[in-house]
Structure formats: structure tokens, C-alpha cells
Design a protein around this ligand. Structure first.
Ligand code: G
Ligand code: G
Ligand code: MN
Ligand code: NA
Length: 254
């Protein structure tokens, strides 16, 4: 309850902010986009990790407002980057299942596009594998509607859930994100490495782009490239950054 109260006051006093982590084409080395990640800084300067407060925000329903705020901030950020001449970047936004299932979700999505004027082609929503597979009929319909808007969809934390291939094949999605737990095992022959290569193979068969998260060294990147993984993000390239740092980083790289 105390955490919930401080989350409320954090929202009110704007102690929530967003950092952005670049995503790279593993073959060309070009930046293809970035993922928006929420942060909460306490009054005393310490951080509350999203793994702790997102579940709380979901249970209390606050995630609907927070998620909408993240979506808008991320779209605005993309507009600012495009104005600097940093074109052709994709903005990836995490969407909680509570938010996704909210009756006004599609309206809010539309409103965010209209208000910021960004092209839906530049926007991507990340939903986790478990969410994507739950309540198949509802998901299928909603995902189709999102796709009709021109927005793309990535399945986050892929490999940690239990999707059946037949389910996965039916989903109107664009990208699979390999969970970083599997990427970290890719060198030492541990089972996670096999899962990573299976996900890449699966992506190839289903015509989906595959992005690996949590790439921390060049060996992992090299192995992922050999396996045919298209894109990656991780500390090897950049940490999640505040907008001024992101801007600097992108311009230095451009
Ligand atoms: O990288 P980081 O430790 O910040 O992310 C931890 C988890 O929090 C990740 O699983 C990420 O998907 C989730 N997360 C980060 N930002 C958001 C957000 O804006 N909305 C939702 N629903 N989840 C987020
Ligand atoms: O949405 P998702 O849970 O996938 O969020 C990714 C999480 O992974 C975020 O918390 C982000 O800060 C974190 N992260 C991003 N790159 C790396 C990395 O290279 N190594 C590690 N350990 N964590 C990372
Ligand atoms: Mn994510
Ligand atoms: Na993940």
C-alpha cells in the first residue's frame, strides 16, 4: 500500500520519466529504432525498478493512464527526433495487458497518432508472449485492428511463455523479441543458446523479423548474426538513455 501511495504521488509530481534504448540492424550496424522504457526516480534519488511498480500499476488500474502517457511521450519524442533529420526510426512501446484490453485502447492509440502526427508505420507495440497467447479470439481481433491502423507488433520476452506454433502462426505480428536470458547463454552452449537459435529459425519460417535483446558483447552479436538474427539491442550498443543523451548518441552515429 505504501508503494502504491508513492506511485500515485510519483505520477502527480512527475517523477516518472522515459528512457530510450536504440535498436540496431545487426548486419548493417544502422540504428533502426528504439524502445521506450519507463523509469521511476524516488525523492531520495533511488530508482524503483519497473518490474516492481508495473505489476502494482496494473493491479490498481493506474497502468491505463501511465501507459497512455508513455505512448504519447514516446510519439512526441519521435517527432522531435524526426525534426532533427533523424528519419526512418521506429518507436517501440511496451503495452501491458490491462492497457491492451481496455475498451478505449484503440481510440487512445488513434488519438496519439493524430495528435502527434507520426506515421503509424513508425510505431510498434510490444506485448509479452503470455499476453499474446491468452484469450485467443480477443487478441486476434484486437491485433488485427492495431495492424489495420498501420502499427506493427512485436512479441516481447519470446521463448519464456508457452505458445503453440499453430497459435503463433495465426497471430498478425511483425517481430519476435528474444528474451535476454537466452541471449546471455548463447556463447556457452547452454540451453538458452539453443532456444535463441530456435526462435531465429522460427522467425525465418514464419517470415517475422527477429530482434535479440540484452546483447552485451561482440561475441554474442557475432553469433546472433551467424544464426540469422536481424536486429539487436543491448549494452553493447547503448544503455537506455534520456532524450538529450539519446539525441546526442543518434547524431554522433548518424
Ligand atoms: O529495462 P527495464 O528493466 O526497465 O524493464 C523491465 C521491464 O519493465 C521490462 O519487461 C519492460 O517490458 C517493462 N516496461 C518498461 N517500460 C514499460 C512501460 O512503459 N509499460 C509497460 N507495460 N512495461 C514496461
Ligand atoms: O521489455 P523488456 O523486459 O524486454 O525490457 C528490457 C530490459 O532489459 C530493460 O530493463 C532494460 O533496461 C534491460 N536491458 C537492456 N539491455 C540490456 C543488456 O544488455 N543487459 C542487461 N542485463 N539488461 C539490459
Ligand atoms: Mn520490451
Ligand atoms: Na524482454
Amino acid at each position: 500500500v505504501r508503494l502504491l501511495q508513492s506511485l500515485r504521488s510519483a505520477v502527480e509530481s512527475e517523477r516518472l520519466f522515459i528512457v530510450y534504448q536504440p535498436q540496431i540492424n545487426l548486419n548493417s550496424g544502422k540504428v533502426v529504432g528504439m524502445e521506450a522504457l519507463i523509469r521511476w526516480r524516488n525523492e531520495d534519488g533511488t530508482f524503483v525498478p519497473p518490474d516492481r511498480f508495473i505489476p502494482l500499476a496494473e493491479a490498481s488500474g493506474m497502468i491505463v493512464a501511465i501507459g497512455d502517457w508513455v505512448l504519447r511521450m514516446a510519439c512526441h519524442e519521435l517527432v522531435r527526433l524526426q525534426a532533427l533529420g533523424l528519419a526512418d526510426l521506429r518507436m517501440s512501446v511496451n503495452v501491458s495487458q490491462i492497457q491492451f484490453r481496455h475498451p478505449e485502447f484503440l481510440d487512445k492509440l488513434n488519438a496519439a497518432l493524430l495528435d502527434t502526427g507520426i506515421s503509424p508505420r513508425c510505431l510498434e507495440l510490444e506485448i509479452t508472449e503470455s499476453v499474446a497467447m491468452e484469450d485467443a479470439d480477443f487478441m486476434l481481433e484486437t491485433l488485427h485492428l492495431v495492424r489495420e491502423l498501420g502499427i506493427s507488433i512485436a512479441i516481447d520476452d519470446f521463448g519464456t511463455g508457452y505458445s503453440s506454433l499453430s497459435q503463433l502462426r495465426q497471430l498478425p505480428i511483425d517481430r519476435l523479441k528474444i528474451d535476454r536470458a537466452f541471449v546471455s547463454e548463447i556463447q556457452d552452449g547452454a540451453s538458452g543458446g539453443h532456444i535463441a537459435s530456435m526462435v531465429i529459425e522460427l522467425g525465418r519460417n514464419l517470415n517475422l523479423t527477429v530482434i535479440a535483446e540484452g546483447i552485451e558483447d561482440e561475441k554474442q552479436a557475432q553469433r546472433l548474426r551467424e544464426l540469422g538474427c536481424h536486429e539487436g539491442q543491448g549494452y553493447l550498443y547503448a544503455r537506455p538513455m534520456t532524450p538529450p543523451l539519446l539525441k546526442e548518441w543518434l547524431q554522433a552515429r548518424d
